[in-house]
Design a binder for this molecule. Structure first.
Ligand SMILES: NC(=O)C1=CN([C@@H]2O[C@H](COP(=O)(O)OP(=O)(O)OC[C@H]3O[C@@H](n4cnc5c(N)ncnc54)[C@H](OP(=O)(O)O)[C@@H]3O)[C@@H](O)[C@H]2O)[C@@H](O)CC1
Ligand SMILES: Nc1ncnc2c1ncn2[C@@H]1O[C@H](COP(=O)(O)OP(=O)(O)O)[C@@H](O)[C@H]1O
Ligand SMILES: [K+]
Length: 505
């Protein structure tokens, strides 16, 4: 799914009206009905509790007013508060004129901070003050309304389209914003939803489909995408031909593990094998030989000359993809052995963990990496590699620029992992959950991406698919258990189900 900017969203709205021959009121009405359906589908929604709608004078307010109408028509007690920061828009007025004058709905205008009502502690708050038309920080009385809503700690808050005060595309420094529990965003996700520093403001978010014009969406030029199921399904064919054999699916090399960290090598190897690779060789220090043979019998083992860690300049020819770094440690000679790998291969090279830390100490090696290499840093490793950032928008810009400059894939891990590609495109993952914030989750990702790369499907497909499948396996693994109990092997154990759900093969 494309991620569009403020201007593009507005253009797509307009084009949708033209292409589908509908008025802006009809489009808003469509949005209102979808918002209503979504709210009514929440199992926690209690029609016997009051709903407080704070509606601005733009079209976001229009959505809120329409929603108030549908809820009141159903018999829910609705209290509507007008926050008119300007003359109401035409569609906003239309929504006001069509409100049911029933006993269930009350209307009141807020014009100064003292007008803020006392709210029933159980009521649901709907934030429809400002939407994607926000163009500056909220000030004055509207700032105080936002602050008052934010102090209602017992009430659940749903923001329509975007939490009021948040800009869809950029970070407004020190701006006041509604802190939503849930954001119901209309049409497409907004870029700012992927800034971790705004995560607590947005809460959970759901895309509300209002059947925007496909032709208009197609025409929008963007470099940002949301990596969701329909997108990934179109990205690769994993079906196996009848006469295929293990040679068809590539030979991967994983260079991982050291004394005390052989677990990283095992986790990566198991997930690599579960990702469909034909053959796997694991290169490990001598101490790791019996451990690997016993733990991962499907893998061949190549043994380093060093007892405890990766040290030997090994022959890396003959492999289709190489993954390196999980738990390799930092001992004498590791740097030289890593550089030897970097300089002696042209196949996709996945660098994780300690390989990234070594890279951070040798900035000039970035230029030596084979084109299309894949770096998989978490934010701490990213900072060591590329320095700290002013804010998340700047960090993403930097990630993208570095990918283009060095011809690398950078997989910046976390919630909604961002993947920047040499072609300048950036993808935000839709799968995964905080249960995956556990030791070894990253090692499983290295194994998956290496295993997919070895199958010769194209590095970009392998990286996008790997990140998506890893998160989906995590989502399947967490079903029926607490996130806090999850361990990274659970991810590997659900890879088969994740591939099946995505590709049915
Ligand atoms: N048919 C459609 O188009 C559909 C639209 N939809 C809905 O419309 C929403 C976008 O609507 P919108 O463009 O009216 O923007 P919205 O945020 O409601 O108001 C912007 C107004 O606020 C003003 N303003 C801005 N910042 C301000 C500030 N800090 N403090 C004070 N004022 C400020 C600014 O005016 P200005 O003062 O700059 O002249 C502007 O007039 C979108 O989020 C979605 O919910 C959906 O229903 C789908 C169909
Ligand atoms: N809150 C979260 N939501 C979704 N995915 C997460 C979250 N926290 C961590 N993950 C995923 O778990 C993995 C953790 O990787 P990493 O930090 O390298 O772990 P380790 O070094 O222990 O192997 C990454 O793929 C990351 O995207
Ligand atoms: K809003």
């Amino acid at each position: 799914m494309k991620i569009l900017n403020q201007e593009q969203m507005h253009w797509v709205d307009q084009q949708t009206m033209i292409d589908q021959r509908i008025s802006s009121t009809e489009l808003m009405e469509r949005a209102v009905h979808e918002l209503y359906k979504c709210i009514r589908s929440f199992t926690w929604f209690d029609p016997l509790s009051p709903v407080f709608v704070f509606a601005g004078s733009g079209n976001n307010g229009g959505d809120g007013i329409g929603l108030a109408r549908l809820l009141a028509e159903e018999g829910v007690e609705v209290h509507l508060f007008y926050c008119d920061y300007s003359e109401p828009s035409a569609d906003n007025l239309h929504m006001r004129e069509h409100l049911p004058h029933r006993k269930y709905l009350t209307e009141k205008s807020i014009t100064n901070p003292a007008d803020f009502p006392t709210l029933d502690r159980k009521g649901l708050i709907i934030d429809a003050l400002f939407g994607s038309g926000l163009n500056r920080p909220i000030e004055g009385v509207w700032r105080s309304v936002v602050e008052s809503i934010n102090t209602q700690h017992t009430n659940r808050v749903i923001s329509i389209d975007i939490p009021s005060g948040m800009h869809p595309d950029k970070i407004l420094e020190n701006a006041v914003c509604i802190h939503a529990d849930i954001t119901l965003t209309i049409g497409q996700p907004k870029y700012s939803f992927f800034f971790p520093e705004l995560g607590d403001i947005i809460g959970d978010w759901v895309v509300i489909d209002i059947k925007l014009s496909e032709a208009a969406l197609e025409k929008c030029d963007t470099h940002m995408y949301y990596l969701d199921a329909p997108f990934i399904k179109g990205y690769g064919d994993l079906s196996r031909k009848r006469f295929s054999h293990k040679g068809t699916f590539g030979h991967a090399l994983l260079i991982n593990g050291s004394y005390g960290k052989m677990g990283a090598a095992i986790l990566a190897a198991r997930s690599c094998l579960r990702s469909g690779v034909g053959l796997l060789t694991c290169h490990v220090p001598r101490i790791g030989y019996p451990i690997m043979q016993i733990s991962v019998p499907e893998s061949m083992v190549s043994v380093d000359q060093h007892e405890f860690y990766f040290h030997t300049k090994i022959d890396v020819s003959g492999y289709d993809a190489i993954g390196i770094g999980s738990g390799i440690d930092h001992g004498n000679g590791v740097c030289e052995a890593l550089l030897h790998v970097i300089q002696n291969t042209t196949v996709p090279l996945v660098l994780d963990a300690d390989a990234l830390n070594i890279l951070a100490e040798h900035a000039d090696w970035l230029g030596k990496l084979p084109r299309n290499s894949i770096l998989t840093p978490h934010p701490g490793e990213f900072k060591r590699l590329f320095g700290s950032w002013i804010n998340d928008a700047e960090k993403l810009d930097r990630q993208r620029n570095l990918s283009r400059q060095y011809g690398l894939f950078i997989v910046l891990k976390g919630a909604n992992t961002s993947i920047s590609c040499p072609d300048g495109q950036i993808y935000f993952n839709s799968t995964g959950n905080p249960g995956m914030a556990t030791a070894g989750s990253g090692d499983t990702l290295t194994g998956i991406i290496t295993g997919l790369c070895a199958q010769n499907m194209g590095t970009k497909s392998a990286v996008l698919m790997g990140v998506y499948i890893h998160g989906l396996a995590g989502d399947l693994a967490v079903k029926g258990q607490s996130q806090l109990s999850m361990v990274s092997s659970d991810i590997t154990n659900h890879l088969g189900a994740a591939f099946y759900e995505t590709f049915q093969t």
